[in-house]
Design a protein around this ligand. Structure first.
Ligand code: GLC
Length: 721
């Protein structure tokens, strides 16, 4: 159906029908849903009628080919103009085959595998009837107290942008109309949702426009440049106005400046939340502000269907604004081919073959192995296959390793760490004991664990956070490992045996009581369906750890926010002429994080040498070649993430000490050497000036290359007019 036909369809629709297209309800509202039926309880309290449901434009959270077909078929039979529903769901890091959480995927620094994970998620979702996924989440994060850091790829705008592109490519492919095994992506949460004060979800965000443009907008822009079809609003305020009612943010910046002409959906309930935010007296005013700001779909509240008609009839709202929103939604339905085939890719037979296929599980295992980060190893890893192992901890046999956004994955399908290790060694060599619960411990549990460990050659502690301790509304003020598990570590340490800690969690933790009490620490995050198998591969050296942190691990919560691309301040600690006391420092802890951005160990060693620049100066139309030699000086093959950072020594505004500009992950056999060359252009030296123009300044820059942000070689160069 082309544009003219779509426009004429809009003209055929009544005002009620148009308004209902702008509404999204969850499956229980729909008769065709297995959990659907009469509108009762909270739904009735919302003032929603059958008429509104018949004309609704999209459904949230439906999945399963049979289920979706039933919902779609019933809906279209009842809809006067046979307009199909958009089926939208949260497929964030896998549909049923669950991949590592995005923060883990970010630590893989592997854009190809990230794209592949999204492609596989799309294939499983589309064959199960899903049309749109609410992903990628690209919110930049600097505060591990916030539960949703697990859903982002970290603290760097460049890295987040590269992953945003990779995820959108994987979800959407090249041609959504003909590739029915892909889904439309919805980048979220616009904007700066990752910067809530106190790290508390839904809390106030107050960043300057320069900071917003410099650090928070690039990844959304990258997703849009990759063709992302939808954007979701953030719950928080931006410049003092909730994003969902923020006309400047949505119409001026997102649509006009960033060039977004797709569908903008509110987050769950965010339209009506303008009332508690205090910028809308009632639902009617909330509806007016959201529609005026350009929000096309109201998710899970009913202010549009209840008040937009009256607003039009009383002259407070131009009907043309509703028409343009409806047209954007119908255009997306057209792009997805739903007018020709409302069932799109849904196929019960194919579903059985594709979902959770061996190939998909293998891909999830590969990515999990590349996402884990080895933080410490005093020579006890990799384990030897003839060792007797005591596997102790609440995650020893836990399937709760899928992470908080894995609502379609099942813990029963997950390969636990015990199962993973038993794929490596004989059962007679392994003894397992829980040792403690996540948050509680008994003397009996400890004694049993100590008994299990007494004949072991090595102890593996499987520790972490319950998956509902991160994710949405999963915020923690104390980011240490839970006290019960810290006690378990203390008691096990007394045995004086080699002990490795494996962490299953969704945020950078304050690892005091863990890294200083054990001989090795492997951060496994929530590694997904194949997590236990991947971690076992890493523990036994069948995979060599290659993950590198994309979010700093604070020395303690008192340091937050701590991130690598910070400013120098006027009194930097450690400067040559720095005074003892009157510098920017704490009296009780260091300034540096416990583990910095880019950090991660391997079972081999990489040495850097011969950093060279192609020139000492570059002009605006030249590129600078920056090369370095990397050698695997260890005994086993390994992957290294070579990172390029740049510092603008003096700007019109203060500039970060380092900014990631490029990276490459290389594989090196023992003794092998490779020369890595980056090409840097003037465009990569641009930044937002105080007048918000984006440009570079001539002057001195320092290029850094190395294996992480604190360990680099450096050379200066000058940008000349
Ligand atoms: C949630 C989340 C959002 C998600 C939406 C639909 O509140 O903030 O990320 O996509 O609701 O489930």
């Amino acid at each position: 159906m082309n544009e003219i036909k779509l426009a004429s369809l809009v003209n055929e629709m009544t005002l009620d029908e148009k308004i209902a297209q702008l509404t999204q309800f969850a499956t229980p509202f729909f008769k065709g849903a297995s959990d659907g039926g009469q509108i009762t309880g909270p739904m009735a309290d919302m003032g929603v009628t059958d008429e509104m449901i018949r004309n609704t434009g999209s459904v949230l959270g439906a999945s399963g080919a049979k289920e979706v077909k039933n919902i779609q078929r019933t809906h279209m039979e009842e809809n006067r103009l046979n307009i199909p529903l958009l089926v939208m769901s949260d497929i964030v890091h896998g549909y049923k085959t669950i991949f590592p959480v995005p923060l883990a995927i970010g630590c893989s620094w592997d854009l190809g595998l990230a794209e592949k994970s999204a492609e596989i998620a799309a294939k499983e979702a589309s064959v199960s009837g899903v049309h749109v996924t609410f992903a990628p989440m690209v919110d930049l994060v600097r505060d591990p107290r916030w539960g949703r850091v697990m859903e982002s790829t970290g603290e760097d705008p460049h890295l987040n942008s590269e992953f945003a592109r990779a995820f959108v490519r994987g979800f959407q492919g090249n041609d959504l109309t003909n590739e029915v095994d892909r889904v439309a992506a919805c980048v979220k949460h616009f904007a700066a949702y990752g910067a809530p004060e106190g790290g508390r979800d839904y809390n106030t965000v107050d960043v300057s426009e320069r900071e917003l443009r410099e650090n928070y907008l690039p990844a959304y822009q990258a997703a849009l440049d990759e063709g992302c079809e939808m954007v979701m609003t953030a719950f928080n305020t931006v410049f003092g106005i909730p994003a969902t009612g923020n006309k400047m943010l949505m119409r001026s910046i997102l649509r006009k400046e960033m060039g977004f002409d797709g569908v903008l959906i509110s987050d769950w309930g965010a339209v009506k939340e303008m009332i508690p935010h205090g910028i809308a007296e009632d639902e009617k005013e909330a509806a007016l502000k959201a529609l005026t700001a350009g929000v096309d779909i109201e998710m899970m509240t009913a202010t549009y269907v209840k008040y937009l008609k009256a607003l039009v009839e009383e002259g407070s709202l131009e009907e043309s604004l509703i028409d343009e929103a409806v047209l954007r939604i119908l255009t997306l339905k057209e792009k997805l081919g739903l007018f020709e085939n409302p069932f799109r890719g849904a196929d019960e037979e194919l579903e059985k073959e594709i979902v959770m296929s061996a190939a998909h599980r293998e891909a999830a295992k590969e990515l999990a192995a590349k996402s884990a980060v080895l933080l410490k190893n005093e020579g006890i890893l990799p384990l030897k296959k003839d060792q007797k192992v005591a596997l102790i901890g609440p995650f020893a046999e836990s399937g709760d390793i899928l992470g908080p956004w894995s609502w379609l994955g099942s813990k029963e399908d997950a390969v636990t760490l015990k199962e993973g290790i038993l794929q490596k060694i004989d059962p007679s060599q392994l003894i397992v004991s829980k040792g403690s619960d996540i948050e509680a411990i008994t003397e009996e549990q400890i004694q049993e664990a100590i008994g299990a460990a007494k004949d072991a050659d090595v102890i593996v502690l499987a520790l972490g956070e319950d998956s509902d301790m991160s994710g949405e509304a999963g915020c923690r003020a104390d980011i240490k490992l839970l006290p019960a598990q810290l006690e378990l570590i203390q008691r096990i340490k007394k045995l004086g045996k080699p002990t490795a800690a494996v962490l299953f969690n969704g945020r950078p933790l304050d690892l005091h009581g863990v890294y200083d009490q054990t001989d090795a620490v492997l951060e496994a995050w929530y590694p997904g369906t194949e997590g236990g198998a991947a971690v076992a591969d890493l523990l036994y050296g069948d995979s060599n750890p290659s993950g590198r942190l994309t979010m700093s691990f604070p020395y303690s919560a008192g340091q937050i926010p701590v991130y690598y691309n910070h400013f120098n301040t006027g009194r930097p600690k450690g400067a040559p002429d720095a005074q003892e006391r009157y510098v920017s420092q704490y009296l009780d802890i260091p300034n540096c994080p416990l583990f910095p951005f880019g950090f991660g160990l391997s079972y081999t060693e990489f040495t850097y040498s011969s950093m060279k620049l192609s020139n000492k100066t570059i002009t605006r139309d030249e590129s600078l070649e920056i090369s370095v030699t990397v050698t695997n000086s260890g005994e086993v093959s390994g992957d290294e993430v070579v990172q390029l950072y740049v510092r603008d020594v003096s700007g019109e505004v203060v500039r970060p000490l380092k900014e990631l500009k490029d990276f490459v992950k290389i594989s090196l056999a023992p003794g092998e050497t490779k020369e890595v060359t980056f090409s840097l252009t003037e465009e990569q030296l641009r930044y937002y000036h105080s007048d918000l123009t984006l440009s570079s300044d001539p002057g001195t820059f320092i290029a850094y290359v190395g294996g992480h942000s604190q360990e680099v070689m450096e050379k200066s160069f000058t940008l000349v007019e």
